[in-house]
Design a protein around this ligand. Structure first.
Ligand code: WTA
Length: 659
């Protein structure tokens, strides 16, 4: 859960409000009307579905057999046609679809290399890539993993997969070989699309090498397609004959004709995206085609007020759901112009984001609270160096935003002019579910405000009864929505169990929330063992399994501790095996071990070595107690502990480590 001090400050801010801004008056009346129409979700979503091009029209909007949903039954369509082809006919052939900026500075330029792909260019490249995939033997239904830097080809690869009906599974470029292998094996990917490397904070991420290692233990992988991003001089790679093919060679060999799109059933899998849960292995959330496109298109349009002259920048990585829904499918289905930036926000200097906003005249910026808190810390001078007058709308996602950060974002970035949309949603939900509508909703700093039209969100107690306004509980969603995940890849039972069993027939989000007296939703963080570190979801069990896979470790417990910038940070308590010397070297080794097993995002900030972990009589690790210890709080009730001496021991060592 969120730290108590920021909850208190949220309470204090509850009465500070920002009425709808004049600058967003466009289409505001139409948006206000959405709430009215959204009272009846099935009809509402059927209406939203008219924004999509269907090859065969659907005959029924929803078939709901909790927890199994089918949307837009009988409809057939293709996602790449909706995101690209149809815009050629609506006058967007020469309009920018993607404006890309690379990380390394180019002498004589402001910032880095720029590539602009019009919708016409995107169409050509998606068709070439789709042909190339078919030539490599990829067919409808085959899974394709994508492990790419933030370059236009990542989007092209996703859309090419969609064009031929091959579900993609994008793996965040920060994951280590073992994490890639787990995901590839879980979904049985036939091919992996990757690059020689990608730039991140001045370094080259060895993407191909990681894939090559992962592929060793991945028997289903027959082909690896490799984009040359950084080049031979920067990162030489030796392709494996028979398996690996250069992206440029495969595309050059492809026919220049249009690659006929596979018109798929509305419920055909569009992609699988792995996300952390409460067990040791990540879960493959399955998203299907029709409902997902309707959900992302409708929300992108209403929440971001997308217009033809906007330059829209979502700073997420395509490896996360935010990148899928709000860099690729939602905005492109709307024919928007999307900025994509390859690298880190603080490279080469702490004003890189603001330089990009000014250089490309970005009008809509969608980023994470962690980034905003880092910018606050860097100081006001960095945004002040640049002309941010092009901005008209700001968004946040991924974690609760504390009111202080909200206000800073509003004042220092939006100059008091730009509404802020704090959007709550999840990998599971596919689309934004709780958010203000710009120009309509009076916002309160720190509150995601109200459910999107057509969404029935509620806050309930342990028994599933709605709590009165003013109190807190579990956030649930009562009615299905089109962008919802349909199941976990290959594990229907776990899907039902995780999300639909706690309150039968109702979707359990895993988040805590409260509603204030006026019905505003305030998100309070996770109520399960999932952590949110810098907006990235990390399962405590995943990190624990990585730690105990090290030969020095007997037992490990991982918890989240409050962190000023990242929201939460990882702390691990580790019991070494007998005879292992517990010293700083061991701590360093274990931190590195986690980074090389899962990826640097899962590296614990702190590791405490302890002779034993505090457990209840039923052998459950007392996480609450560990959190108290790690955060230096007075210990709570310890009477259920088998051995209170363990706590004293942990406390003593903690004091020692801190010194
Ligand atoms: C958290 C990211 C508060 C929440 C789109 C959720 C938020 C988890 C917000 C999903 C927000 C996301 N306010 N918390 N606006 N947005 N979260 O799957 O705990 O990476 O359950 O999806 O992030 O993370 P995921």
């Amino acid at each position: 859960m969120q730290n108590p001090s920021s909850t208190i400050s949220a309470l204090l801010q509850e009465h500070r409000r920002f009425p709808p801004s004049e600058s967003i008056a466009s289409r505001a009346n139409a948006r206000a009307d959405l709430y009215e129409r959204g009272r009846e979700p099935v009809g509402f979503w059927a209406e939203m579905a008219r924004g999509i091009d269907w090859h065969t029209p659907f005959t029924k909007t929803l078939e709901w057999n909790a927890p199994w949903a089918k949307w837009f039954i009988g409809g057939t369509l293709n996602a790449s046609v909706n995101c690209v082809d149809r815009h050629l006919a609506d006058g967007r052939r020469t309009r920018a679809a993607i404006i890309w900026e690379g990380e390394p500075s180019v002498p004589g330029n402001i910032g880095g290399e720029v590539r602009v792909l019009t919708y016409g260019d995107l169409h050509r490249e998606v068709n070439r890539a789709a042909h190339a995939l078919r030539d490599l033997g990829i067919a409808k239904g085959d899974r394709v993993a994508i492990y790419m830097p933030m370059v236009p080809e990542a989007v092209i690869a996703m859309l090419a997969c969609a064009r031929i009906g091959a579900p993609h599974t994008v793996i965040f470029g920060g994951f280590a070989p073992e994490a890639i292998r787990d995901r590839v094996n879980d979904c049985g990917a036939k091919a992996i699309i990757t690059a020689d490397g990608g730039y991140r904070r001045g370094n080259v991420v060895p993407l191909y090498d990681n894939v090559a290692k992962a592929a060793e233990g991945a028997p289903t992988v027959q082909k690896v397609l490799v984009l040359r991003r950084v080049g031979e001089a920067v990162r030489p790679v030796t392709l494996k004959a028979g398996r690996d093919v250069w992206w440029h060679e495969a595309l050059d060999a492809a026919p220049t004709s249009i690659c006929p799109p596979e018109m798929v059933d509305s419920e055909h899998p569009l992609y699988i995206l792995y996300t952390s849960g409460t067990t040791g292995k990540p879960k493959g959330m399955l998203h299907t085609t029709g409902g997902y496109l309707v959900g992302t298109m409708a929300t992108a349009r209403a929440v971001f007020d997308l217009k033809d002259d906007d330059v829209y920048w979502c700073t997420a990585d395509v490896g996360w759901v935010t990148g899928h829904s709000y860099i690729v499918y939602g905005p492109l289905a709307n024919g928007a112009t999307c900025l994509i930036y390859e690298g880190a926000p603080d490279f080469p200097d702490k004003d890189r984001f603001w330089q990009i906003v000014a250089k490309h005249r970005v009008s809509i910026l969608y980023t994470a609270p962690t980034a905003i808190r880092s910018f606050m810390r860097f100081g006001d001078a960095f945004p002040a160096r640049h002309d941010l007058s092009s901005l008209r709308l700001l968004g946040t996602v991924g974690e609760p935003i504390n009111p202080e950060a909200w206000i800073w974002y509003h004042e220092k970035i939006g100059h008091g002019r730009c509404p802020i949309v704090d959007t709550w949603w999840q990998t599971e939900t596919g689309q934004i579910l709780i958010t203000p509508l710009p120009g309509v909703t009076t916002t309160k700093p720190g509150s995601a405000t109200f459910p999107f039209p057509g969404i029935q969100a509620d806050v309930v107690d342990e028994q599933g009864n709605p709590v009165p306004l003013g109190s807190g509980g579990y956030l649930v969603i009562r009615h299905p929505w089109p962008g919802m995940a349909r199941t976990l890849w290959g594990d229907d039972e776990r899907y039902r169990e995780t999300y639909w069993s706690r309150f039968p027939g109702i979707y359990f989000t895993g988040d805590g929330a409260r509603r204030d007296e006026e019905g505003y939703f305030w998100l309070l963080g996770r109520v399960d063992d999932v952590l949110n570190v810098a907006g990235h979801r990390i399962g405590t069990m995943e990190v624990e399994s990585a730690l105990v896979s090290h030969p020095s470790v007997a037992e490990a417990a991982v918890i989240g501790v409050t962190h000023e910038i990242k929201g939460q940070a990882l702390a691990a308590f580790v019991t070494p095996r007998a005879g292992i010397v517990a010293d700083d070297r061991l701590i360093d080794t274990l931190k590195r071990h986690v980074a090389t097993t899962i990826g640097p995002i899962a590296r614990p900030d702190q590791i405490f070595i302890t002779a034993e972990l505090p457990k209840t009589r039923s052998a459950k690790i007392m996480r609450r107690l560990l959190r108290d210890i790690a955060e230096g709080r007075v210990l709570g009730d310890t009477t259920t502990l088998t051995d209170p001496a363990v706590v004293a021991d942990i406390r003593e060592r903690y004091a020692h480590t801190e010194a």
